[in-house]
Design a protein around this ligand. Sequence first.
Ligand code: ATP
Length: 313
Amino acid sequence: MADRTNGQADLTVRAPAKVNLCLEVLGKRPDGFHEVRTVMQAVSLCDELEFRRRPDGHVGLWCSDPQLPLDERNLAMRAARLLQQRLGVREGVDIRLRKRVPVGGGLGGGSSDGAVTLLALRELWRLDLTPQQLADLAAELGSDIPFFLWGGAAQCEGRGERVSPLTCPRPMHYVLVMPSCPVSTAQVYEAAKNGLTTSSAASKNVITALREGDAALLGASLRNDLQDVALSVCGDLLGIWRRLQELKAMCGAEGLLLSGSGSSFLMVFRGATQANRAGRILSSGVQVPCAVVHSLPGWHDRFSLLTIGRRQL
Ligand code: ATP
């Protein structure tokens, strides 16, 4: 589609990435999904979406990443169509999606785009949706999408759709190391079936660390049941992991972990100064794109936190 929205958007919003600070695989469910318990936190690396209403009911999508589909396989498009179908919306929209969160990086960029599209269109199309209806639609779109209705930090259970917001009064500081070797989430979960967690100690420690703003405790408590499997299915990732472990002490990192099913790693730092310095060391040390980020507060009921621009309607 031609880029029709540039410069004339009704609403411009950011769609933040997330990191998994703890990901425990509890078992496999009869419906084929895995039962998980994960602590996720939204961070300041964001995609950007522009929305422009159109009266003819058509949903158009333009995306800066030519590799991504523009049909219903794209979660922004799927979210818009789902709202139209379920709520009988006759209006349409042009969506312009600028990707900055790497695709397939375990940072939830696609899920965030889907959730933010639900929130933006609820406003633009003036939809009368209860929080529960919105949560149900989000869960239907994907396991991680309900988290992105909340943002901030949250513990997510079930297949990820049961979201319990967490307290995190102080910003946490991370460097994301983002190799361009997408890892198949399905393949990693399939291979993870033997290493199932039974104790909740790791997530409890992570939750305490966020509540107390304790980067050292957070770094020591990081856990990802998918990490070893992801490293074993992707040789390049294993090489980067080993190099990051060598650099970890030199960078002053409190901890290192694979986010989700990969391929991105996160490193925890005490403050912005340490993270900025480490970002420079890491990008030359591993020759992989890095981003220095901080955690974001929750935006549930505060959609304005995601809003970059709005045209008076
Ligand atoms: P997941 O663990 O759900 O695969 P991820 O965090 O590893 O997510 P994403 O970038 O969120 O990575 O999702 C990657 C997959 O989602 C790809 O198959 C991609 O084609 C699909 N996808 C659909 N819509 C989008 C979108 N708007 N941005 C990125 N990926 C999208």
